[in-house]
Structure formats: C-alpha cells, structure tokens
Write a protein that binds this ligand. Structure first.
Ligand code: 13P
Length: 252
C-alpha cells in the first residue's frame, strides 16, 4: 500500500512572519477532522528558502514535513544564490522539490540538471519529489508520453533506486490555470509513468508515490485520489490557505 502524500508548494508567496500561524491553523484544521488519521497521510509543504528554519520548527511540532523548492547538486562552492543539500540537512530538512516546470521554464533547468540534482539528493538520503509534465503544445501534438519518458529516463539513468524518490506529474497547461487534468487523463499519465519507472526499477516502482499537480482544489481532489496510480497531490495556489489545504488533506 502506498501512503498518500499531500504536498503544498507555496512557490514565491506568503511571509516569514505568517509561517507559525499558518502551520498552527493547518494542524488545527486537520486535527478537527476526527475521521482523518494523521498516520495515514503524509502532509508536506515546500516553502521559500528563508522560511525553511522556522517552518521546520513549527512543522515538527505539528506533524508536517517541510521541503525546499529546489536544491543545488554540489555540496558547496561559488554558486551565488544557491542552496546545498548539507545546508538542508543541517536545518533538519529532509525533502526537496526538483525540476518544477517553473524552474525548467524560467531558470533553464534541463533534464540533465534535474537528473544530477536528483542523484545528489538520493546519494545523501534526502527525499526528492521530481516534477515532470508536458506543455499544452506537447499534449496537443500527442507528445505527452514522449516527453514524460524523456524527462524520466534522464533521471533514471543517474539513479537506480526507488528509495527517497517521489514523482510529481504536473501537466504545465494545468498549473495555475484552473484547468485540471481529468481523472482519466491523470490516471493514464500516472500509469504510463509507473510503466517507465518499472522498466528501470522493477517491482520497486510499485511502491513509489506518484503525485498529481495542476489546479488541485478541495473540489477535485477526491476524484483524482480514487485513481489507482494517483498517490497524492502537489498543490500550488490552493495550499496558500491553510483551511482549504486541510480540506485537500482530507481527500480519501
Ligand atoms: P496550482 O495548484 O496553482 O495549479 O500549481 C500547481 C503546482 O505547480 C504545484 O507545484
């Protein structure tokens, strides 16, 4: 059985001074759902770098995992503005997103760079949530599977293990647009992703979590979570409100 993982990605939003209140509200809202067993779902927030320390402190108290939104593959050096895995570990952070489409689009993160970052995370025992997904033009050109395979194989060439490794399928056309992939589109992409993972990782791929991301809200999460290969969500805009995010956590 794969334990669901509901992850929020704050992107470049919210403020340091609001972090304690947000985490306390989220925890209170989740706890108020008495049917929801805290140990049956992992809840995670990927926060801006300056918030990592305080978010970890309040996350730990409230049973919420905290992640970085990106990381550099080198342990240290002259890389102005970057953040290393030893720095994350020193802060008590054990999770990071890698290769979000906004990093690929605005900061030229290539498949090769995503692969190196993932390898560095897995080598250091940090959990990597690797984002993949096609653009609208690629979907309309029937290139979805070709793109997913290329993005995944780049990573799988560098990493031969399934531990500490989560995939987030985020169709670029569904991010921040209000357009969600239908339950069937999400399932088809997730099943394809698992097939590609299985080719390289064998049966271990069946234990890997594949998250869906792209305009997830409390109104559409249930249908997505009913799909056999959808093991959780990566939520952008709707994660900025702790009350709405708690409703999404309550997704079973
Ligand atoms: P939205 O939920 O705002 O569409 O963002 C999805 C996303 O990019 C999460 O990483």
């Amino acid at each position: 059985m794969r334990k669901p993982l509901i992850a929020g990605n704050w992107k470049m939003n919210l403020l340091y001074s609001k972090v304690p209140e947000y985490l306390q509200t989220l925890s209170r809202e989740i706890n108020a759902k008495s049917h929801l067993k805290r140990d049956q779902v992992d809840v995670l927030l990927a926060v801006p770098a300056p918030f990592l320390g305080i978010a970890r402190e309040y996350g730990e108290k409230n049973g919420i995992l905290i992640a970085s939104q990106t990381v550099h593959e080198k342990a240290d050096g002259a890389f102005t503005g970057e953040l290393s895995i030893p720095m994350l570990k020193d802060l008590g952070i054990r999770w990071t997103l890698i290769g979000h489409s906004e990093r690929r689009q605005y900061y030229n993160e290539t498949d090769a760079a995503v692969a190196l970052k993932t390898k560095a995370c897995l080598d250091h025992g940090i959990n990597a949530i690797v984002c993949v997904g096609e653009t609208r033009a690629e979907r309309e050109g029937n290139q979805t599977e070709t793109v997913l395979k290329r993005q995944l194989e780049a990573v799988l060439q560098q990493t031969g293990k399934a531990d500490n490794f989560v995939i987030a399928y985020e169709p670029v056309w569904a991010i921040g647009t209000g357009l969600t992939a239908s339950d069937e589109q999400a399932q088809a992409a997730h099943a394809f992703i698992r097939t590609v993972l299985r080719q390289k990782l064998g049966g271990a791929a069946d234990g890997m979590r594949i998250l869906y991301g792209g305009s997830v809200k409390s109104s559409n999460i249930k249908g997505l979570m009913q799909q056999p290969d959808v093991d959780g969500a990566l939520v952008g805009g709707a994660s900025l409100d702790p009350v709405e995010f708690a409703r999404i956590v309550d997704c079973q």
